[in-house]
Design a protein around this ligand. Structure first.
Ligand code: ADP
Length: 153
């Protein structure tokens, strides 16, 4: 059985994330969306809220489970016997950042990272832009799934 983990902050989940998730679904038997908790980082939405948002979007998708974790993603993979990490690439900065991590995870951890290239309609979307707009009272409905729009009203 091919199981991948899609790790991220998902603060909040956006249409950029769902584009990657939806395109990865045919490639794997199961997809674990794992919210990484970094104690030094400040988040806009608490982890339970972020989890509820993702669960609301994928409530009818049996291949998807949602969880959270602390520490290294590669340790999470070992703990759950996972061989594949899913990540999205938006731009050269993403590539440079991801390259070293993916190579390290493969060399030291035996975990392969599968990258999907961002879609042309969603490549500009990031959680940080969504947070900025939301914080300033703007309309984020073209950037996040409708379930999220409802939950943050
Ligand atoms: P992290 O803090 O781990 O980068 P994010 O929630 O920002 O967490 O992103 C999680 C994953 O989703 C990353 O691989 C990121 O590249 C990908 N991603 C986010 N937005 C997009 C987008 N618009 N298109 C493609 N991939 C995206």
């Amino acid at each position: 059985m091919k199981i991948a983990v899609f790790p991220g902050s998902f603060d909040p989940i956006t249409l950029g994330h769902t584009d990657i998730i939806n395109r990865a679904l045919p490639l794997f038997d199961q997809l674990i969306i794992a919210i990484g908790i970094n104690v030094d980082k400040k988040y806009m939405f608490d982890v339970d809220k972020r989890k509820q948002m993702i669960q609301a979007v994928y409530q009818n998708e049996p291949k998807i489970t949602v969880t959270d974790y602390t520490g290294l993603t590669v340790d999470f993979c070992h703990k759950h016997h996972l061989k594949f990490i899913l990540r999205g690439l938006r731009n050269p900065a993403d590539f440079e950042f991801e390259k070293a991590i993916a190579q390290t995870n493969r060399k030291l951890g035996g975990v392969e990272t599968v990258f999907l290239l961002t879609g042309p309609d969603t490549s500009y979307i990031s959680s940080s832009i969504v947070r900025d707009i939301y914080r300033n009272g703007g309309d984020v409905s073209s950037l996040v799934p409708p379930e999220v729009v409802k939950m943050i009203k």
